[in-house]
Design a protein around this ligand. Structure first.
Ligand code: GRF
Length: 198
């Protein structure tokens, strides 16, 4: 199974996926890592691991639709079975979703449908919930509205700040993402076996 991972920032979740592939616990090929801006730590991590990278800089395009088309083409060139948004902070439009139907996965640092959007950890903390967590889902055209594939709970501690809580959530988020990808890869193998035997 081939995946493309999209990042906007530090890419610590991406690093966990790279490490799981390297130690053999996740049987997928990271075909490429892409970003929406130049100079992200995520792309740097991929390059350090010898993974092909691309940057489709949002600011270099006259409008969102053209940027979406360029990003879609860059992702498609790597021929992925799945595209994973891992801290990728932009919504992709229908043109992209039609190219990878049900194949675009996202992770979110809250228990959806609670606290969607860019500040899931901050919003959960501000609301005073005692349990939050993370979600892996199929991304659609909405903000964190797609079908949920997996979730894990994380307790909120009285002394938590946004940063300490987010760090504990990310530990679960990485585990959940890797488990979900491993499950999809095993399912893809079973389908291939069935097809070969038919
Ligand atoms: C993750 O919690 C992701 O869900 C959120 O941003 C974080 C990404 O962190 N949108 P990193 O770039 O993988 O370190």
């Amino acid at each position: 199974m081939r995946i493309v991972v999209l990042v906007s920032g530090t890419g610590s979740n991406l690093q966990a996926v790279i490490d799981a592939v390297a130690d053999g616990s996740l049987p997928v090929t990271i075909a490429a890592v892409g970003a929406d801006r130049p100079g992200t730590r995520g792309v740097e991590r991929a390059a350090e691991a010898g993974i092909p990278t691309f940057e489709v800089d949002f600011r270099q395009y006259p409008d969102r639709a053209e940027w979406n088309r360029a990003l879609t083409d860059a992702v498609a060139a790597a021929e992925p079975d799945y595209v994973v948004s891992s801290g990728f902070m932009r919504i992709l439009d229908q043109h992209f979703l039609d190219r990878f139907p049900n194949r675009y996965l996202n992770t979110h640092p809250a228990l959806l449908p609670s606290f969607p959007g860019a500040h899931g950890v901050r919003d959960a903390l501000a609301h005073g919930v005692k349990v939050t967590g993370c979600t892996v889902m199929v991304a659609d055209a909405g903000v964190d509205t797609g079908p949920i594939l997996a979730q894990a709970a994380v307790a909120v501690l009285p002394e938590d700040t946004e940063d300490t809580l987010h760090e504990r959530i990310k530990v679960e988020e990485r585990r959940l993402l890797i488990e979900t990808l491993a499950g999809l890869s095993a399912a893809a193998d079973t389908t291939a076996d069935t097809t070969a035997g038919a």
